[in-house]
Design a protein around this ligand. Structure first.
Ligand SMILES: Nc1ncnc2c1ncn2[C@@H]1O[C@H](COP(=O)(O)OP(=O)(O)OP(=O)(O)O)[C@@H](O)[C@H]1O
Ligand SMILES: [Mg+2]
Length: 261
């Protein structure tokens, strides 16, 4: 056998080993849960990401919510990644999603079947993360999105994700409060986005600094709900930080600051 063929064979064996490892891992988990996540199409998407080399392995579940599961993965250089898999899900979720998609000029012409909507939902989070990074807002750096699977920078260490703001009160809450306001300002004025689900659960604390996550529902500032969502985000922010005895700025003033008028 030629050297090239040997290498290819070795590569294929490795790939199969990885795939088996993932399947075994699935089986060792609660069966029902895993089968719900990995419907056949999703399995194909994940295998495709493994084959194409974007992902080297997919390890344990970090978080399993109603709408998405987040897994800890690695790329071929051993760098940690977060793999967020949106579930093909309920009519209720679909109805909820549509509100956020319809008013967004970036996603005007989308198909309305559930599978396409979930896929748009994942693309939307990818783009929102990308646009946030460009605006210098600290969010996980997106790597790739394919159908309902989003791969992004892992925030944390050795498969343990960074604690949320809720779980880990900052030592210097004033500073963190001000930083988040600066992020929201950049998000609005540079990325032209409103987060839309901001809370102490969707901000991770890593190395003393806040990192905003969970941006699938984030909308363009042109969305008819943008002002309402911004106000709700700011109310949440103030509620949390006033409990930490931060002398918070009024929501009206914050709104002016963020919008820049
Ligand atoms: N890039 C990341 N790095 C590390 N951990 C992450 C990352 N993204 C998400 N997580 C973990 O997964 C959890 C859920 O992620 P996210 O908030 O994006 O999804 P969700 O759809 O809101 O799910 P849930 O309904 O469980 O909140 C986060 O609270 C965090 O613990
Ligand atoms: Mg969340």
């Amino acid at each position: 056998m030629s050297r090239k063929a040997q290498e290819r064979l070795a590569h294929n064996e490795k790939r199969i080993e990885r795939r088996d490892k993932m399947l075994n891992h699935d089986m060792s988990n609660e069966r029902a849960t895993v089968e719900e996540v990995f419907d056949q199409t999703t399995r194909f998407v994940v295998f495709d990401l493994l084959n194409s080399g974007v992902l080297y392995e997919v390890n344990g579940v970090i978080s399993s919510g109603k709408e998405a599961r987040v897994y800890w993965g690695k790329n071929k250089d051993g760098l940690d990644l977060a793999v967020k898999i949106y579930l093909t899900s309920s009519a209720e979720f679909k109805k909820g999603m549509l509100k956020y998609i319809e008013g967004d000029p970036r996603f005007k012409n989308v198909k309305r079947d559930t599978r396409s909507l979930i896929s748009v939902w994942a693309q939307k989070e990818f783009r929102n993360l990308e646009e946030s990074i460009q605006a210098k807002v600290r969010v996980p750096k997106p790597v790739v999105v394919k159908s309902n699977v989003l791969v992004m920078e892992f925030i944390g260490e050795d498969g343990v994700s960074a604690p949320s703001l809720k779980e880990s009160a900052p030592e210097n809450p004033e500073k963190v409060y001000r930083l988040i306001i600066a992020y929201l300002k950049r998000l609005y004025q540079k990325a032209k986005l409103v987060h839309g689900d901001l809370s102490e659960y969707n901000i991770l604390m890593w190395k003393g600094l806040p990192i905003i996550i969970d941006m699938s529902q984030s909308v363009s500032i042109e969305h008819p709900m943008a002002r309402f969502l911004l106000q709700r985000d700011l109310v949440n922010l103030n509620r949390f930080f006033s409990r930490l005895d931060v002398d918070v700025v009024s929501v009206e003033e914050l709104q002016k600051k963020v919008v820049g008028k």
